[in-house]
Design a protein around this ligand. Structure first.
Ligand code: NAD
Ligand code: WQD
Length: 336
């Protein structure tokens, strides 16, 4: 089937994607500097699949380490997750974000070119739709950003587009994730953020296990059915499967192709609180707080391109997303 280099493979989405590649018969090589993850996640990937992961603890900006990986492994394709991803932190530390995310991608692309590897799947984000496009978001809409993290995604997409123009043999799928949540059904891997969670689901999960007092709902005066923010939450296992489809699509199609990975359904913060409360069997405590700077009212995907080109669509429900997240939190209240 082939050997896939997964950068950032020890992280939340990367670890779930390793499982799906291994279960589809691929070999997996992971590069991760463990700046936001633990090697334990890869041991659990091996436990779930009964297969080996080749792991390099290295920084993607380290050109010598990157070169060594391509020299020691015949890499057929790359799935590029590695990057810093906290929106608020990117506003505080723009240089760190641009330096890590952009330079890391440059070093990776240079090593791929040297090794003659021409298949690439990139972790992009719905954040590239910016503040002004109407929902549902369609891939042809203009991209923009509102913070340095978002700009790294916009810029890397542009760079990849330019690389495809320069080399007609190069094939890139930029997967624009909506809001990945949930966990593997085994309860062995899931989302394990450092410090206070920025995102809704890990925060709710920590309230549920008693690590946080209550959720702050950021605004209930948006122009949405119940006034709280609406997002397109997608189960991380569905999302992970989309990467296997994208790698297979890229084998037969050259050029740059952005593709949304979402469900196409919008869920409000209060609907999510209710769904999670049902999954864990007791109410999640919350209070209404002021809006969070930079948030938009509503974001959800037009998911038709993924279905058309990749033959992929999301199958999990809001209910299973919450149940799977809760199972992971119960089994790993203190993370991995
Ligand atoms: P994560 O932090 O769990 O995973 C990213 C991994 O990259 C981590 O394991 C981290 O240690 C590693 N990493 C960071 N810098 C590195 C470097 N210089 N060298 C080597 N490894 C490095 O995040 P995630 O949620 O799994 O996200 C994966 C990708 O998907 C990221 O690019 C993120 O921007 C993108 N994305 C995430 C979301 C989301 O909501 N989780 C949404 C859209 C896009
Ligand atoms: C979801 C909703 C909040 C926390 C972010 C990034 C985006 C992408 C995914 C990477 C919003 C509300 C949240 C809380 C709350 N990441 N909320 N209380 O903002 O859609 O997207 O993560 O690419 O780039 O911006 O996700 O989970 O932070 O918020 O009320 O404690 O939950 O206001 O409506 P978001 P989120």
């Amino acid at each position: 089937m082939g050997k896939i280099l997964v950068t950032g493979g020890a992280g939340f989405i990367g670890s779930h994607t390793c499982v799906e590649f291994l279960e589809s018969g691929y070999e997996v090589v992971v590069l991760d500097n463990l700046s936001n993850s633990k090697e334990e996640s890869l041991r659990r990937v091996e436990q779930i699949t009964g297969k080996k992961v080749t792991f390099y603890k290295a920084d993607m900006r380290d050109a010598a380490a990157m070169k060594q990986i391509f020299a020691e492994n015949e890499i057929d394709a790359v799935v590029h997750f590695a990057g810093l991803k906290a929106v608020g932190e990117s506003v505080e530390k723009p240089l760190e974000y641009y330096e890590n995310n952009l330079n890391g991608t440059f070093v990776l692309l240079a090593a791929m070119r040297e090794a003659g590897c021409k298949r690439f799947v990139f972790s992009s984000s719905a954040t590239v739709y910016g503040m002004h496009n109407p929902v549902p978001y369609v891939e042809d809409m203009p991209t923009s950003a509102t913070n340095p993290y978002g700009y790294t995604k916009v810029m890397i997409e542009q760079i990849l587009h330019d690389c495809c123009n320069a080399d007609p043999e190069f094939s890139v799928v930029a997967l624009r994730y909506f809001n990945p949540i949930g966990a593997h059904k085994s309860g062995l891997i899931g989302e394990d953020p450092n410090g206070i969670p920025n995102n809704l689901l890990p925060y709710i999960g920590q309230v549920a296990v008693g690590k946080r007092e209550q959720l702050s709902v950021f605004g209930n005066d948006y122009d949405t059915p119940d006034g709280t923010g609406v997002r397109d939450y997608i189960h991380v296992v569905d999302l992970a499967k989309g990467h296997v489809c994208a790698i297979e699509y890229a084998a037969g199609h050259k050029g740059f192709m952005p593709i949304n990975l979402g469900t196409g359904n919008g869920i409000s913060v209060l609907e999510m609180v209710e769904a999670y409360s049902k999954a864990c069997g007791f109410p999640i405590k919350y209070r209404i707080a002021p809006r969070r700077a930079g948030d938009i009212a509503t974001s959800y995907a037009d998911a038709s391109r993924a279905k058309e080109l990749l033959g992929w669509e999301a199958h999990e429900t809001l209910e299973t997303m919450c149940e799977d997240s809760w199972r992971f939190m119960q089994r790993n209240p203190n993370g991995l």
